[in-house]
Design a protein around this ligand. Structure first.
Ligand code: ADP
Length: 219
């Protein structure tokens, strides 16, 4: 049975572009789609097609020009920043360039999203340990990102995205900076997370092979 977790209903996003004349770039043009709980949903397109804008609409870093975006049962189209907070907590994200803190260790990077959590110190330690195990980086807890390979950096990114136990994991070109073998291993890990934790995954990519490897549905 289908169980929508993200719904786009006739979503348009336009940007005013600078330069001569008042030009408008329509980055997202009347998109309607439904992503179900448990999906690994691929969004594929050429560079400039509007993929990043589309993901940024899911966590309301961008707001639609028209249409509505519903996430986890809430219409987030014009929700205040305060009301968005609990929804954003349920969305983890990983990036092509990993976006790790260079001056923090692997452990500290993964623990970072828990800094304001009500969990006890011990519970936080347990959580980070569990995640280190999941991404197979227990031995690297105390090293800095510069000492890691690309694949290991993305594993830290994945662990950090899961620290708050999200329902949704957004992957924006998460394997585009990795070699084919490392890409395969990271995609396997994403599949495992989807299967074992029931986390819905949205995969943004320009690579058809990525979609073929892990997605059950694609736009
Ligand atoms: P993709 O992720 O598929 O490469 P993007 O979503 O980044 O595509 O961009 C889609 C289009 O929207 C591009 O033409 C881009 O130049 C334009 N665009 C994206 N963000 C902005 C912005 N903040 N201001 C103006 N134009 C933008």
């Amino acid at each position: 049975m289908s169980d929508p977790i993200i719904t786009f209903d006739h979503v348009v996003k336009e940007f005013k572009t600078r330069g001569r004349g008042a030009n408008i770039a329509r980055a997202v043009d009347d998109v309607s789609l439904t992503i179900d709980r448990g999906d690994i949903f691929g969004i594929i397109g050429y560079s400039g097609a509007g993929k990043s804008t589309l993901v940024r609409l899911i966590n309301a870093l961008e707001r639609p020009t028209s249409g509505t975006v519903t996430v986890l049962g809430t219409d987030i189209t014009s929700l205040s920043e305060t009301k968005l907070r609990p929804i954003r907590q349920k969305i983890g994200m990983i990036f092509q360039q990993f976006n790790l803190f260079a001056a923090r260790t692997v452990y500290e990077n993964i623990a970072f999203p828990l800094r304001k959590s009500k969990l006890s110190k011990k519970e936080k330690q347990e959580k980070v340990k569990q995640l280190l195990k999941l991404v197979e980086l227990e031995e690297k807890a105390d090293v800095y990102p510069s000492q890691l390979s690309g694949g290991q950096k993305q594993r830290v990114g994945i662990a950090r995205a899961l620290t708050t136990t999200p329902d949704i994991l957004l992957c924006d070109e998460a394997t585009s900076a990795l070699d084919p073998q490392t890409t395969k291993a990271i995609l396997e890990l994403i599949k495992e997370i989807n299967r074992d934790y029931g986390i819905t995954v949205v995969v943004i990519t320009h690579e058809m092979s990525v979609v073929q490897e892990i997605c059950n549905r694609v736009a």
